[in-house]
Design a protein around this ligand. Structure first.
Ligand code: HAM
Length: 424
């Protein structure tokens, strides 16, 4: 019979990987906590309408990447392709907008994209959404928080910040018109994708990877020329704040992002070490979205990182920045079946006394040699050996697998001697 495989573009996180994942998530959660961000958890499934209304009808995500299906009641539902829309829905629905909120979330997202390295159909994001701050200080704090992730993960040399300001809706309308005028006069140099976007979402053409289009764009009108006084001031203020904090910035006038809800500041952290899928984190301000989704008018900003992409960068460094391991502390080696009950007793007493201590009880009584081999392979620090002799004396023999030292401890009345003998 043919075995059933995972769905294309969706991956297992194996036990060899999951420890690194947890430590990565833990490190990120600690940084969030140091900025007093609180976690929010949203459903994986939402009304399809939510994404149409927020991400935009003429975006790659909504046009061709959503996993959409009717439920048994014929309501159209979608697996979430990103977290912002659901988070905004949640803060409105739960009445969280009476005071500013700094929130973060993590979990799987789904997009029907062409899978390749760093791009999957089920992937994980860790993101944040902050509500209620109109001024650029929140941009600065968010980018500093991002930078702290990279330092914490040892990735500060691998990623760099690109920044742009895409203005308010009036700016974008004027700019769009100018861009369409310019590009319409050069239609012969546009590929099919850009021609389609010319009518529907011309600013996305700035993102085109097509060489001819890129060349054409060199002489196209620039967004900066269309920005309002207020937006220009924001650019300047943000630059000053970031400069004061030593954040290096590259201004990228072509950075437009693939979702429609943004205004003013947009940013991406990019890496040269990931091939074509170089963006590890993207975000920006979206002051209109809360109101657009039925809440009050309230400014907002957020970002999301691709966890698989971070993982790839960390893997290339052998996870050097993530301390910790899943190897057991103690590996129980038991000489014969009748001694198992004694071993269970000891293991449970030890777990009571030292809850953080990881005990692997090898429940199969194969030869001592094979059990020692398994203990070595597991990376355990200690082998706890239980034979006839140990049971007869109410004791355990502990072998330090790092230096080969061995000692026998009495455990009849108390574990104190044993505990004192274990180096932390
Ligand atoms: P996004 O740029 O679509 O933004 O996704 C954010 C990050 O998710 C990307 O930079 C990338 O690292 C990762 N990512 C996206 N698609 C895939 C994929 N198919 N496979 C692997 N990783 C992927 C958003 O989703 C916005 N919600 C971010 C945001 C939050 N803006 C404001 N608040």
């Amino acid at each position: 019979m043919k075995t059933i495989q995972a769905v294309r573009g969706m991956h297992d996180i194996t036990p060899d990987q999951s420890g690194h994942w947890s430590r990565l998530e833990q490190a990120v959660a600690e940084v969030f906590s140091s900025y007093a961000y609180r976690e929010i958890r949203m459903p994986l499934v939402e009304s399809t309408r939510l994404f149409h209304r927020s991400i935009g009808e003429v975006t790659d995500i909504v046009e061709k990447e959503m996993y959409t299906f009717p439920d048994r009641n014929d309501e159209s539902l979608a697996l979430r392709p990103e977290g912002t829309a659901g988070c905004v829905r949640a803060v409105i629905e739960n009445g969280l907008l009476n005071t500013p909120q700094k929130l973060w979330y993590g979990g799987p997202m789904f997009r029907y994209e062409k899978p390749q390295k760093g791009r999957y159909r089920q992937f994980h994001q860790i993101g944040a959404e902050v509500f209620g701050y109109p001024d650029v200080e929140v941009e600065a704090e968010m980018l500093l928080l991002n930078q702290r992730f990279w330092t914490r993960l040892g990735l500060d040399k691998n990623v760099s910040l690109q920044l742009n300001n895409i203005g308010d809706s009036e700016t974008r309308a004027n700019y769009k018109a100018a861009l369409v005028d310019y590009l319409s006069a050069h239609k012969e140099s546009l590929d099919a994708d850009s021609l389609r976007r010319l009518d529907l979402n011309p600013m996305r053409i700035l993102d085109s990877k097509n060489r001819d289009t890129q060349k054409l764009l060199n002489d196209a009108p620039q967004m900066a020329g269309f920005l309002s006084e207020a937006s220009l001031q924001r650019v300047e203020q943000l630059n000053a704040l970031l400069q004061n904090q030593g954040v290096k910035v590259e201004h990228n006038p072509r950075l437009v992002r693939g979702l429609d809800y943004y205004n003013d500041t947009v940013f991406e952290w990019v890496s040269n070490d990931l091939g074509a899928q170089g963006t590890v984190c993207g975000g920006g301000r979206y002051d209109g979205l809360v109101e657009q989704l039925g809440g009050k008018s309230i400014p907002a900003i957020g970002f999301a990182m691709g966890v698989e992409r971070l993982y790839l960068l960390l893997e290339a460094q052998a996870f050097a920045a993530l301390k910790g391991s899943d190897a057991p502390d103690a590996y129980f080696i038991v000489a014969a079946d009748p001694l198992q009950s004694f071993a269970f007793d000891l293991a449970e007493r030890l777990r009571n006394a030292k809850p953080q201590f990881k005990i692997m009880h090898n429940l199969a009584t194969t030869s001592m040699k094979s059990q020692f081999k398994k203990a070595d392979k597991s990376g355990a620090r200690y082998a706890f050996v239980i034979g006839e002799d140990e049971v007869a004396n109410a004791s355990v023999t502990v072998k330090d697998l790092q230096n080969g030292e061995q000692a026998q401890y009495a455990i009849g009345d108390s574990l104190d001697n044993l505990l004192a003998g274990l180096k932390s």
